[in-house]
Design a protein around this ligand. Structure first.
Ligand code: ADP
Length: 306
């Protein structure tokens, strides 16, 4: 298997406080790799280290088969990194901002114009390109920031929580842009604390918590291995946790109960028969979709949004 990025045993502390505690990551070429974890887990620190902005206290990073310590300049020409902070000139138009960034990346002349049109189209802002960035919404600014990172046609794009605090329309544009990059064979590393985003976009995932990787692998594989299997039931007048044969755990969720069990299909049949004969009205009885939320809960003992 060909890996575009290998991170081996990376350790990083800030003033003696550990932010990363021996992180290993392997990112396959062409994948959309989600780095999923709660706020403060170490995602930004890891991304700054993999782009060479921060130096780790310990560990090795190999990008495109080369050590970033030894060949950082050559490597950075193939990487587009979008930090969380917006770095644009508010008084200049999007077009002028991109001209500036393009030159910084060494793209000039007709090639730069062609690339600017392409990336503005990718983020859905071609028609607003002449307007001052100061008049844009937060989501539009984020999209221009992303467009700037694509001007030099990077093979790897690293996005640090690109959807935090933005409108749903901008979020959809960013998702479409990422899907387009994937079709072009670009590898994407995407950090987020929203598990639904990883489920919607990524084929590979690493879950990070308190500076350590809890689990990583293919999305389907992780769900298969670790997602909690369960059935949801909501019935009339059920106030206390029902005792159910074969359930490993029963917990309240909204107006109903989540029944965790090894064989959810069998549980569905059992509950259906049990409640049909009890005469109590059943409002909902369904299989729970395997989710990364439950993977996180199972592996860390806490909810992702705690
Ligand atoms: P995430 O991106 O997952 O929210 P970060 O990498 O930003 O996590 O932070 C990981 C930990 O390191 C947190 O405890 C955070 O407070 C701390 N941290 C991050 N940047 C700095 C910094 N520049 N100085 C001191 N502590 C920092």
């Amino acid at each position: 298997m060909s890996y575009i990025l290998k991170v081996e045993n990376v350790v990083k502390s800030y003033n003696g406080n550990p932010a990363l505690r021996g992180v290993d990551l392997h990112v396959r070429e062409g994948s959309c790799f989600g780095l999923l974890g709660p706020n403060g887990a170490g995602k930004s620190t890891m991304m700054k280290i993999m782009t060479g902005i921060l130096t780790p206290d310990q560990g090795e990073i190999e990008l495109f088969g080369k050590s970033i310590r030894k060949e950082s300049a050559a490597i950075s020409r193939q990487v587009g990194y979008v930090p969380q902070e917006i770095t644009l000139y508010e008084k200049l138009s999007a077009w002028q901002n991109l001209t500036f960034f393009g030159k910084m990346y060494g793209v000039r002349g007709e090639k730069l114009k062609e690339r600017m049109k392409r990336v503005l189209g990718q983020v859905g802002l071609l028609e607003r390109a002449g307007d001052a960035v100061g008049s844009y919404s937060g989501g539009m600014k984020r999209r221009i920031n992303i467009a700037a990172s694509l001007l030099h046609e990077p093979k790897l794009v690293i996005l640090d929580e690109p959807t935090v605090g933005i409108d749903p329309q901008s979020r959809n544009h960013i998702f479409e842009m990422i899907r387009g990059l994937q079709r072009d064979g670009v590898t994407v590393i995407y950090s987020t604390h929203y598990m639904e985003e990883v489920e919607a976009l990524c084929d590979e995932v690493a879950i990070i918590d308190h500076g350590a990787i809890v689990s990583q692998g293919g999305l389907r594989e992780l769900l298969e291995l670790h997602a909690i299997k369960a059935v949801y039931i909501e019935t009339e007048g059920m106030v206390a946790a029902p005792s159910i044969n074969g359930a490993s755990h029963v917990r309240q969720e909204g107006a109903g109960w989540i029944v965790e069990c090894e064989r959810p299909m069998e549980m569905l049949g059992q509950l259906s028969r049990q409640y049909a004969s009890s005469g109590r009205a059943v409002r909902a009885l369904e299989l729970m979709k395997p989710s990364l939320d439950s993977v996180f809960l199972k592996l860390t003992g806490t909810k992702l949004r705690d």
